[in-house]
Design a protein around this ligand. Structure first.
Ligand code: ZN
Ligand code: ZN
Length: 351
């Protein structure tokens, strides 16, 4: 084992000490990480993205959260301590997304579907630990996890740019890949926010004709800069369907509102055997859908991506210059940044 003396016994970050409302209060908080094992790495964090999940968990919007809560699961940093079975060396630049462990033995895990492991899925923060504690995330100085879930960041990818790819990027990349996004396919990206702006870039990188579906034309210039072939305004469903009904192979749903027009617009836009992939995970239920609307079509969900997906995504991001549009803030401004106006999510959110 290579041990660097620089890793402190306690890790420190910015934590919510109780359930948050509309205003966030994050306070400095130190904790003792779980015991270091041979397949672990300790990462000195250099960048951490802000994900919509962070806000849901701080507000306990998906169910009860555990406090103190340090969130952040788009972690990039330098390996400072590498266990002998970690697959890494001190000095490696790595990233950790929303998942920090799985059983690595079940059928899903053996099939590169660790993100669907039902046995031992461990979330990067709030995840259960053997010692009865729970994981703390990346708005912090250090992170400890199995090296298997720490993915090498390729050279040529800026660390701050790589961070949002670890959750937002692979969340859109993985389903696009598995549902056949590629040359000759037409893909629509619904909602142009943190997820959507990466969805457009990855759909184009994979070779598809790509449209942004938005409630207005106001983001047309931005969408074109991301590589979109056009922006379709969803407010006027009738005229949109006149031209585009039955022409889309895939629709990627990256935003959510309870009144989204699944059966009156999105389903009719699909070709037979087309798919809507909903990747934004709302706090509400999906709206009811007329059974007739899904004949020959499907609506599916997708949850982040596997370590193999993340590696492949990084290669494509470097090759095709896919880049999240980010604002950079010092970690000490985490509270202000998560409050909203400074995050890419809020800048580009569409609904
Ligand atoms: Zn996330
Ligand atoms: Zn498993």
């Amino acid at each position: 084992m290579t041990i660097s003396n620089t890793v402190p016994e306690q890790f420190s970050g910015y934590a919510a000490l109780e359930k948050q409302g509309d205003t966030f209060t994050l306070e400095k908080h130190s904790y003792t990480p779980r015991q270091f094992e041979d397949d672990d790495v300790d990462i000195k964090i250099t960048a951490c993205g802000i994900c919509g999940s962070d806000l849901h968990v701080l507000r306990a919007g998906w169910g009860p959260s555990k406090y103190p809560a340090i969130v952040g699961h788009e972690i990039v940093g330098r390996v400072e301590r590498a266990g002998k079975n970690s697959g890494h060396s001190v000095g490696d630049i790595v990233g950790v997304g929303a998942q920090c462990n799985s059983c690595r033995q079940c059928a899903a895990c053996k099939d590169n579907n660790e993100n669907y492991c039902k046995k031992a899925w461990c979330a990067t923060y709030q995840g259960p630990l053997k010692n009865g504690e729970y994981t703390q995330g990346g708005y912090a100085d250090y992170y400890r996890c199995p090296g298997y879930f720490a993915i090498k960041i390729p050279e040529g990818l800026d660390q701050k740019v790589a961070a949002p790819l670890l959750c937002a990027g692979v969340t859109v990349f993985s389903p696009l890949k598995y549902y056949g996004c590629g040359p000759g396919k037409r893909v629509g990206v619904i909602g142009i926010g943190g997820l959507g702006h990466l969805g457009i870039q990855f759909a184009k990188a994979l070779g598809a004709e790509t449209f942004a579906l938005s409630t207005s034309k106001s983001k047309e210039e931005d969408c074109k800069a991301m590589g979109a072939d056009g922006v379709l305004v969803t407010k006027d469903a009738a005229s949109l369907l006149k031209e585009y009904a039955g022409t889309f192979d895939l629709l990627l749903g990256t935003s959510f509102a309870p009144d989204m027009p699944f059966d009156t617009l999105y389903m009719p836009l699909l070709k037979p055997r087309g798919h809507i992939i909903q990747v934004g995970l709302p706090e509400e239920r999906l709206p009811g859908i007329q059974p007739q609307a899904i004949l020959g079509k499907s609506i599916t969900g997708s949850l982040i991506g596997s370590p193999a997906d993340i590696k492949e995504m990084f290669e494509i991001a470097v090759k095709h210059d896919v880049k999240p549009w980010i604002q950079e803030r010092p970690m000490a401004d985490a509270q202000q940044a998560v409050q909203g106006e400074l995050t890419p999510v809020s800048i580009y959110d569409d609904w």
